[in-house]
Design a protein around this ligand. Sequence first.
Ligand SMILES: [Mn+2]
Length: 295
Amino acid sequence: MMPSLIQPLFDGPLDIVGDVHGEIDALRSLLGHLGYDEAGRHPHGRRLVFVGDLTDRGPNSPAVVDIVSTLIDSGRAQCVLGNHDVNILLDHRKPENKWFWGEEFFDGQGRVVPQVLANVATQQRVLGLFRRLPIALARDGLRIVHACWNDEMIGIAKGASDVVNLYNQHHELIECSFPDLELDEIDQGLEHQNKNPVKRLTSGPEERVGNPIDAGGKIRNEQRVEWWNAYQGVFCVFGHYSIPEGRPHGNGSAFCVDYGVGKRWTERRDGKSSDFSCKLGALRFPERVVVFDEG
Ligand SMILES: [Mn+2]
């Protein structure tokens, strides 16, 4: 039988790493500050957990995939799927994942964003990793998911082993429900976002806004729901929501470990090459201390 998309989480002390987004230097530096050697060994037997979104935006997604694959193969890390990882599995092409298809990514001003582009061998390594990652990990007292923990959706994903099949199956079920529902285009989009377990767990719930919002030149009629405000379950560590400075997401039961390192490419575009404002962080568990890539 194929393994479930919800897997048991490692025992013992963990370092739970936020969204890496191709930022290989930040990852190497963070692992050093956490006390791991080149092979991912820790003197106190700690192990790593990645909350997903390993790739896109940053300069070297293939190198991040290679490091994490090696760590997983040696039993020193676990990783869950993020929405960017799922987009690659589903062949959903976005400007940010063009590197995977060997194409350059241009910013708003038509400048190339420096990224290592994939060849066929790289594509196979990336897909090889993503195809074996679960959507969530859990043990007594701790849960890991990329964007949102939702008991009903976790229950559905528990009975599935192939994320692409699970996505497609629910995509179709949701489409088939539309003739009975009389929904406009916006509500149809929200049905896909909120009722497909793959979408809900890897990119979080969304709701309709009263007045359309301008999201960087794109008009949006939906916004993210801050699900953690109402969450009271087992302690859950997640990523995805790129924490704005000084305003952590979460509460005593949920903690976001994405400190926004995926925005470094925009700072580099604006001329920065060090002293970035956004960081790569890791939550040490059970200590509940955050360590950053710059130490
Ligand atoms: Mn994400």
